[in-house]
Design a protein around this ligand. Sequence first.
Ligand SMILES: Cc1cc2nc3c(=O)[nH]c(=O)nc-3n(C[C@H](O)[C@H](O)[C@H](O)COP(=O)(O)OP(=O)(O)OC[C@H]3O[C@@H](n4cnc5c(N)ncnc54)[C@H](O)[C@@H]3O)c2cc1C
Length: 370
Amino acid sequence: MDTHRFDALVIGAGIAGATAAAHLAPTHRLALLEAEEVAGHHTTGRSAAIWILNYGTADARLLTAASRGFFEDPPRGFAETPLAHRRAVLTVADAAQRAALEATLAEGEGLEPLSPEEARALVPALRADYLAAASIERDAFDIDVAALHQGFLRQAKAAGGVLALRHRAGRIWRAGGLWHAETSGGAVFAAPVLVNAAGAWGDEVARLAEVAPLGLQPKRRTALILDPGRWDSADWPLVGDVAHSWYVRPEARRKLMVSPADETDSEPCDAQPDELDIAIAIDRMQQALDIPVHRVEHRWAGLRTFTPDRGLALGPCAAPGFFWCVGQGGYGIQTAPAAGRLLAHLIRGTEPEAELRAAVPLTDPRRFST
Ligand SMILES: Cc1cc2nc3c(=O)[nH]c(=O)nc-3n(C[C@H](O)[C@H](O)[C@H](O)COP(=O)(O)OP(=O)(O)OC[C@H]3O[C@@H](n4cnc5c(N)ncnc54)[C@H](O)[C@@H]3O)c2cc1C
């Protein structure tokens, strides 16, 4: 079998792998190996596509903040359309959740309290007998995930990177100072650096390479699309409860995306929605919003993959040349530009910019070594 020699192999062409590839390609001749026929078939193509500062672990918040500038002002020619579209995030609470909302307001950054009347002026479908308190994050935005993902893939290719679709790395070994990956496409790729950006399959790829797994846990999340009937929801904020037990988000063509914010443990797989989770999503949403549901127009599920402490894992491990880029959980899109930049620094051995430095110890994969 022919061996194709590169400076770096990136396994997985979701947003994590695409971003890593785009940042590395200017200095490393690289191959981006993707098992599927299209890049983005798994979690990256199934997200809610929103940027929220007050979300996730400390490292995710740092990387989210450090990614903001990229979304708002991407490099010239990166995408044909804007990546960010302003959309506030409204957090609501019923009477029993009042204290939780107050705690969120006290801890969060840039959150404002809203009276129930103010919240209902923004989202008139909110039930008066449900809503006790609310807060708003005005600075959040929708992300054009397809444009972002394609932009990074284009950048990687423009700098000489090779995207190899239908190339699942099935056997991985290190010999002569090089990582070798034999793929389902019938080729062997070899390079001194291997980046594991395989999402839910991250631990599986590590085991293939005889590298200690991190204890990644993929968790299924469900979403559905429905018609909000008489409501014109186009300009609503994203609305969710403070317990993170449901949220709704306006979609194109006056539709609404609804999620029960589920986190069901799963094996790595092509995740499919479960009817019970769809019913739970509708039930929770209807307790807060007066929206009759006649028909679910579309449904899907995706795997959000977490490390044991729910922070990202970006960087080296004990195995020489093996770099992790996993554990993006529910924030892999909004953290992507900064995460890719940070990983490239760690691979090159250059000093990360000041805004990224605090994330280095928090995202170091070696924190899970025993
Ligand atoms: C319903 C839902 C809502 C979400 N909402 C948001 C949101 O609003 N904002 C946000 O920032 N994030 C959100 N997320 C999370 C976000 O989508 C993920 O964090 C992100 O997409 C993870 O990207 P990834 O590249 O790690 O994984 P993936 O996109 O799954 O990519 C991994 C790739 O690796 C490939 N692969 C695996 N094994 C191999 C192998 N052996 N060889 C070659 N290729 C391999 C797979 O085929 C896959 O394409 C959401 C997720 C879900 C499911």
